[in-house]
Design a protein around this ligand. Sequence first.
Ligand SMILES: Cc1cc2nc3c(=O)[nH]c(=O)nc-3n(C[C@H](O)[C@H](O)[C@H](O)COP(=O)(O)OP(=O)(O)OC[C@H]3O[C@@H](n4cnc5c(N)ncnc54)[C@H](O)[C@@H]3O)c2cc1C
Length: 412
Amino acid sequence: MTLNRILVIGAGFAGLWSALSAARKLDELGHTEETEVAIVNPVPFHSVRVRNYELPLDPTLVQLDAVLGPAGVRLIQAKATGLDSENHSVTIEHEGASETLTYDRLILAAGSVLVRPPIPGLEHFSFDVDTYAGACKLQAHLLTLPALPDTPGRYTAVVVGAGLTGIELAAELPARLREIVAQCDRDKVRVILADRSSKIAQSMGGAQHVIEGALSTLEVEMRPGVTLESLDGQSVTLRDGAGSERIEAATVVWCGGMHANALAAQLPVTPDPLGRVPVDTFLRAEGVPDVFAAGDCARILIDGTRPSVMSCQHGRPMGRYAGNNAVCDFYGIEMLPLSIDWYATICDLGPWGAVYTEGWDRKLVSEGETAKATKRTINGERIYPPKGGTREDLFRAAAPVVQTPPPAETRG
Ligand SMILES: Cc1cc2nc3c(=O)[nH]c(=O)nc-3n(C[C@H](O)[C@H](O)[C@H](O)COP(=O)(O)OP(=O)(O)OC[C@H]3O[C@@H](n4cnc5c(N)ncnc54)[C@H](O)[C@@H]3O)c2cc1C
């Protein structure tokens, strides 16, 4: 009979690796009979969210049973709605029924959500690639375009927000749209990438000019220095210092940044400006006994100085350490501090290739097909649990160690 429970909320990058890592540590200590690892997630799959700009979408998913089963982790398909850290309990809901689960150690790994400011029309008329469901909805909409009346904006897509997500999607869209529209309409395809920053890809350091060049080759129109004023399903209005411009567009995709899951606000902590729970080097929520947090809903000083970035790059190691440490903490064993001394950014640029930068100042390392090879390895292998992995394979992959940067031979 299991007496104790390590409870993980969310089976994204941070949550999946937290659960596997906790199961691994319990196995190593020989405590699997008395302590269970349970994970709460609303859907039965692990969404590899970083690939939501790609097609096809279905093969990007990992069925949770296949990974959690061999590791002995219990999947509870539900949504967590309430955290009560004083009473060590979590309320969950599934198909209208609610239940309370107690925990001995909690790992909050519920991720982040797309920020949606109150811009007229944004909620009803914009698409997104923030979630698997959102990405599927966008693609289903694109497929309906040829059947719509032949208006000037039928094949115009405006992507608003030129962070990495917006850039990656904008780079994909020209080819994706041209594949959908009839041969005779291909010239009508128009993709616009808009951002309020004075330059597109402003934060991309040494890769900024490469990204601009790639987007122009792909015929993506760049509109820096504009803000989204409104949208109505047929058009979008962008504003700059000189005034407003209305552009007819049947497709508007909002990529305006992420905020920590609202569950983070239920813990008695002072969140950071992104709504994240401050955690110490062991991933313990500051000032909340027995609660750990990892991934996009947590903020750690990742190298002792800089705050972690909402990314799978940081979310996966945060999970591995949080899971390990939750078990160690429960059994009074020394925990492991997390510190990562490297940072890399790989931005996909669709058929043009990709760019790969290293360091916080984003020094350009490779571009084009060389960087794309790195991106393929990351998106197709590196960030996945071992496919068809045995318990041993999964536990090996879940060990609390920091991976080295992507392999040198692909860095150009
Ligand atoms: C299109 C796109 C491209 C990206 N590209 C990159 C990239 O190239 N590199 C990179 O490092 N990062 C990238 N990111 C960011 C990256 O996806 C996130 O930082 C990462 O997914 C965070 O991992 P996480 O586990 O914290 O959260 P998530 O992956 O969002 O997982 C959260 C999990 O919690 C579950 N959940 C949510 N609410 C609840 C609840 N109430 N109860 C139970 N479960 C809940 C969700 O269903 C989900 O399974 C990209 C993001 C997007 C959208």
